[in-house]
Design a binder for this molecule. Sequence first.
Ligand code: NOJ
Length: 565
Amino acid sequence: MATETTGTPEQARRTAAGSDSVSWWRGAVTYQLYIRSFADGNGDGLGDLAGIRSRLGYLAGLGVDAIWVNPWYPSPQADGGYDVADYRDIYPPFGSLDDAVALIEDAHRLGLRVLLDIVPNHTSDEHPWFVAALAAGPGSPQRARYLFRPGRGEDGSLPPNDWRAVFGGPAWDRVSEPDGSPGEWYLHLFDPKQPDLDWTNPQVREEFCDILRFWFDRGADGFRIDVAHGLVKQDGLPDLGTDTEHVLTPPDRTDHPHWDRPEVHDIYRQWRALADSYHPPRVFVAEAWVASPERLAAYLRPDELHTAFDFDFLRAPWSAPDLRRAAEASLEAHESVGAPVMWTLSNHDITRHVSRLGRAHIGGPVELFRKRSGPVDVELGRRRARALLLLELALPGGVYLYQGEELGLEEVQDLPEELLQDPTWERSGHTERGRDGCRVPLPWTTSGPSLGFGAAAPWLPQPQAWSQLSVAAQERDPSSMLNLYKQALGLRRRLPALGAGSGRDVTWLDLGDDVAGFSREPGFVCVVNTGSTPVPLPRGRLVLASNTAVRDQLPPDTAAWLTTS
Ligand code: NOJ
């Protein structure tokens, strides 16, 4: 990629801030593409690679530096593609391998880096390895790539241990042996169609190194690692002793038998060496739900992964002291290993933050996983989302945006039950609706049957009110959420104080309990008011506010950027 510096002051600054071809990721803004809901190029109701290619100009115009593409591999789609049947090809309804390579090249021409999604904890049950494991029977080398075990009880009819699957029910299913008799059990921490691999098996390790090389050789700039904290299970697979934990929230213990095991780090040391053997080096971002910022930082030691999503900031309630505490704790832990924080507010698994923030006023912790539904004040949520965006983009490090947040989309809570596709819905016995509400196709135009997404009937229906949230509607409105994103991302590139950095680059200001604020050098201040009364703005020149009414006072639920030199 042609991004080496050539000597202008702007280029030199960007290099210092981590924008060169080696450390670009330290301050990058990455846009997450949930393929099936972004843009539908062939009119079959499902987003695809042609749709993405046709909208790359939109992403470059938005001002992001990179894209992260959710899994695009052949898959039975039992879990939105996180059930991979072939890691070296493309799910045909999304396109072909040639389309994928062309997409990477198109993105590079526009100056966008491309991160793919690797799913190493489990394969699909339709992956050739699992099919071979079932056919080969107990004790075979084919079974040894997964976690097959005999059952408990006299006739082996009880699961090998008490582990629960993330989507509900036990984490074990029993198979029929090739002769038809009831046989062994296999582990699946997610859906039964997602059998867990055994990472103590050298074949598994070799296979994934080869898959990484396959995509690096085709131009991928890096990978997001799915369930990075889950690959290694404790020897002997001991009982957990509880069935109450929610699997995607961090374990409240550090001796968990299947999350965040110390042995997992060894895998990432090997992956790092592989990524470093490329020019420019390839990069990783971990999805790791762990107990503390310190545990997360352990994944980011200099010889391990480059970055990991920061889920602590995302979980902080709408309160200045809580936001500051979360940001400071993450900055401090990351600084201890020299890694930048990757801030994020939403993704394809959690309730869209407009809805979370619009519910926060009724009190209680921030609900990520939709167990609790309740009234949402969407306008309040959008005001707070605008403010939180300015805080997030001003903090040192990189940022991950989830498609549609730039339009202020809310969680769709009333999808018809018969259309729900997330396995959570079935596996929870219809008690949890799952994650489809944050995966509804994007609105691009104000009219038309799918608001410009593509087909007449998108795979999930869009609320009609999204016509006014469409890209076309917001492009015309200077004060829209979309234009706030563009302005903020543009300024973030231009203001020398912003982008890559560490906790050392932030001086927190004491502005009272309702205000979080900090300065960064040279000459920049960010303030956010989470209280219920206006507060005076600090001194400086106002360069951007989340709310057009800002003059000398900062109203409630509002943030501002000021320059002071
Ligand atoms: C985390 C992914 O983000 C989620 O969508 C998926 O269901 C699980 N990992 C299992 O792969």
